[in-house]
Design a protein around this ligand. Structure first.
Ligand SMILES: [Zn+2]
Length: 405
């Protein structure tokens, strides 16, 4: 089934089977990039002749991969509405997992990015827990939702830590110290008898955006996790950017303070003056306490915005400073990559319009003038399941040929 991507395969002349395969892959890629499409739009966006689209699509409908879905768009002049084609609910199902503090969350996610089933279980991540025990706990939780019948195309896990996805190895994780230089993908695969893929949380979120969210059809964008820590997932020219050995996206530890020994706050990483020390919830809460705002140690963007809306001037000033500090790092991303979109996750994504406006305004003020016009800053629509849904994007990226072939 999947030999089309196997490198050892000898080169040969292009046959009609290859053309059929290529056209199918183009059609599916267009659906992934744009969402549900009419046959006419599909032909145009997949660059296949309009006259052949029916012949390409029908076998995919017959094979229960695609179906016609209802549309809310009005009918064209005098005609009945073109019913767009979209993946069936049962197409391209991945089993995914993520860790949040001491809980393992799992989900079954289809090729539409819909969560079909989910579960959660406590996992003992105390220092001293051995690596295999943690892996078995994740596998046990996944088994709660694995279907008895029907195909799962693979397992994807979003890991809180540095991952070498190519080798399937966790390089290091503060949350699960036992997983240091640990072949997590291979171990999970062995326990579940399914191919498994891993990547770090921020990159899974970026893949989720690329496949199912605000990054769909966008060639270059950054997905930014905000809150306690700051992590960045990058999609550059349509491809997730992983860097050497998976060590990338640590923008949170970019120095933003001066270089003097006393400049900048100490960071968890051991350095001083990292972006994270002035643009994370830790900073926000200490500033909220210094300004005597209510419930300072539980301050979030959302609570701060509520105080601002109630007319609290200290809160308004703090929001502007928080947004300015966040903007310092975002401006770095913009100047380096010139992305079309910055997609926010976590604390800033749940802060509401006042927070988003403040971040937009402060970021605009700090980016080069000729990079501004194309840029959009937005909140993720994937919500708190972003990593779980994103891990399905990871599986689809690796196993795409299974649904395309
Ligand atoms: Zn740091």
């Amino acid at each position: 089934v999947n030999d089309v991507l196997t490198p050892q395969r000898p080169p040969r002349l292009v046959s009609s089977t290859d053309i059929g395969r290529t056209n199918r892959a183009r059609v599916i890629q267009a659906l992934c990039d744009h969402g549900p499409l009419s046959r006419a739009d599909l032909a145009r966006l997949a660059s296949v002749p309009r006259a052949t689209i029916g012949g390409i699509v029908q076998p995919l409908v017959d094979a229960d991969l695609l179906e016609e879905v209802e549309t809310s768009t009005p009918a064209g002049r005098g005609g009945k509405p073109a019913r767009p084609l979209w993946f069936r609910r049962t197409s391209g199902i991945s089993a995914t997992a993520s860790l949040h503090e001491s809980a393992c969350r799992v989900a079954l996610v289809n090729a539409r990015g819909e969560v079909l089933d989910e579960a959660e279980a406590a996992v003992d991540l105390e220092p001293g827990t051995n690596a295999d025990q943690c892996t078995r706990a994740v596998a046990r939780t996944l088994k709660l939702i694995l279907p008895k019948t029907g195909r799962v195309i693979g397992v994807g896990m979003a890991v809180p830590g540095v991952c070498d996805s190519e080798r399937g190895v966790v390089v290091g994780s503060v949350q699960v110290p036992a997983w240091t230089d640990y072949p997590l993908a291979r171990e999970l695969s062995g326990l579940l008898d399914l191919e498994a893929f891993i990547d770090n949380d921020a990159r899974c979120q970026a893949l989720g955006e690329k496949w199912f969210g605000e990054g769909r059809g966008v060639s270059t964008f950054a997905s930014i996790q905000t809150g306690q820590g700051l992590g960045v997932g990058l999609v550059v020219d349509g491809t997730i950017f992983r860097g050497e050995g998976g060590l990338t996206g640590e923008l949170g530890h970019t120095p933003v303070a001066g270089a003097g020994p006393d400049e900048g706050q100490p960071c968890l990483c051991g350095l001083r003056g990292c972006w994270e020390t002035v643009a994370g919830l830790g900073w926000l809460r200490s500033q909220a306490a210094a300004r005597k705002l209510p419930a300072a140690n539980q301050m979030t963007s959302e609570r701060l915005a509520a105080l601002v809306a109630a007319g609290n001037a200290e809160a308004a000033d703090l929001l502007q400073r928080y947004a300015a500090n966040v903007a310092t790092g975002l401006a770095t991303l913009i100047n380096l990559l010139n992305p079309q979109r910055l997609i926010l996750h976590g604390d800033l994504a749940t802060g509401g319009p006042a927070v988003l406006d403040a971040v937009r305004e402060e970021t605009k003020a700090r980016s080069l003038v000729y990079l501004r016009p194309r840029l959009e800053i937005m909140s993720s629509a994937l919500g708190e399941r972003a990593s779980l849904v994103g891990a399905a994007g990871l599986v689809l990226s690796e196993r795409f040929h299974l649904i395309a072939d």
